[in-house]
Design a protein around this ligand. Structure first.
Ligand code: SAH
Ligand code: SF4
Length: 358
């Protein structure tokens, strides 16, 4: 109980961006380099207490101790390994909620798929996380600690915000975490190795672009508004044209491409005609498209198309000179593939998901 009360009084120091830590240092009449010392202890040396920060004065360490908490915001409760080498991690949060992260190794990279929320409000009809509903946003420290904990035993090279939740429905905390990921004194990841995936919150895409330059993946999933309205209710608010305008203007890093994701659902969005519509929509746009055969998960009412259908869909897109890649499902035997993450929450399948307040 004492521990719980303490959690609510002080904020976790990893919830502060590097800029906010510097502000705190300046407010206490100390030199800016003190902020760099603090973040190096936190993120480079993995300090577990303020007392370990031996190059800071005892008085300053006491002030930090008085003002902030320094402890992991997540507890690792389960680790599952898929037969393809993908690993799924189940974490418990301080309030008992749970989230999942997925580590996907391939020849050159080790990519961590990070969650940004417990559940998701957007109710896309093909996604298990959507069937849970939104429970809450993750704090910056909860976003960062997924990386910090998994990175202890794995040399992560890339991160993608494709785990549970809609990252742009948690924009402020997402940006704070990204700033810590990329700051050379903190985790020092290149922005080219960070991808934010979104279902298409147009104002937030514009705002994210003003604040950071990272890779953007847009989950398109349908080339026509009438179908996209059905699969992704958010399309009723931000239809395809508005979404494409905002996406094209997003400042991706140098020599990187805007990405689109397209989940192929058998007999729903996988026809030749839809491939042609998609081809004409994206023709001439500097982008890459990932075609993802639907990862089946009970009780979602969809199926994955045949391999021939997937190849035909790809072939049509290529005829429009679009850079298309089929993304094979990884980790589906442990429900670790895209759209399968629920962190053991029951799904509340709803026929017509209401539009969330965003
Ligand atoms: N909310 C964000 C990020 C998390 S979802 C977004 O929607 O982009 C990450 C990706 O998984 C999205 O591209 C989504 O379209 C895809 N996805 C969701 N459910 C899926 C499923 N059952 N099979 C394959 N991909 C799925
Ligand atoms: Fe949310 Fe993305 Fe799943 Fe849609 S696809 S419900 S936005 S996590």
């Amino acid at each position: 109980m004492d521990q719980f009360m303490q959690d609510n009084v002080n904020i976790n120091i990893k919830d502060l961006s590097p800029g906010e830590i510097e502000k705190f240092v300046l407010q206490n009449n100390l030199q800016p380099f003190r902020a760099r010392q603090i973040v190096k202890w936190l993120y480079k040396k993995g300090a577990g207490s303020f007392d370990e920060m031996t190059d800071l004065s005892k008085d300053f360490r006491d002030l930090l101790e008085f003002s902030f908490l320094l402890k992991p915001s997540l507890e690792l409760v389960e680790e599952q390994v898929s037969k393809d080498g993908t690993k799924k991690y189940l974490f418990k949060l301080f309030d008992g909620n749970q989230i999942e992260s997925v580590l996907i190794p391939d020849k050159k990279r080790k990519t961590l798929c990070i969650s940004s929320q417990v559940g998701c409000a957007l109710g896309c009809t093909f996604c298990m996380t959507g069937t849970v509903g939104k429970i809450r946003n993750l704090t910056p420290s909860e976003i960062l600690d997924q990386y910090m904990i998994v990175n202890q035993n794995n040399a992560i090279t890339n991160i993608v915000f494709m785990g549970m939740g809609e990252p742009l429905d948690n924009l402020q905390n997402l940006v704070k975490a990204i700033n810590t990921f990329i700051d050379p004194n903190c985790l020092g990841l290149s922005p080219k190795r960070i991808t934010v995936s979104t279902s298409g919150l147009v104002p937030q895409i514009k705002e994210l672009g003003k604040q950071v330059s990272v890779n953007l993946a847009v989950s398109l999933n349908a080339p026509r508004d009438e179908l996209r309205d059905e699969l992704m209710p958010i399309n009723k608010r931000y239809p395809i044209k508005e979404l494409l305008d905002a996406s094209i203007n997003f400042p991706v890093p140098n020599r990187k491409f805007l990405m689109f994701e397209y989940v192929l659902l058998k007999d729903i969005n996988d026809s030749d005609s839809d491939a042609h519509t998609l081809g004409s929509l994206l023709e001439g746009i500097k982008c890459k498209i990932n075609v993802i055969p639907f990862n089946e998960a009970y009780p979602l009412p969809y199926q994955s198309p045949s391999w021939d259908r997937v190849l035909k869909f790809q072939e049509i897109l290529i005829s429009y000179k679009i850079n298309v890649r089929i993304r094979k499902s990884r980790g589906s035997d442990i429900l670790g593939a895209c759209g399968q993450l629920t962190a053991k929450y029951p799904s509340k399948i709803v026929k017509e998901p209401p539009l969330p307040e965003i």
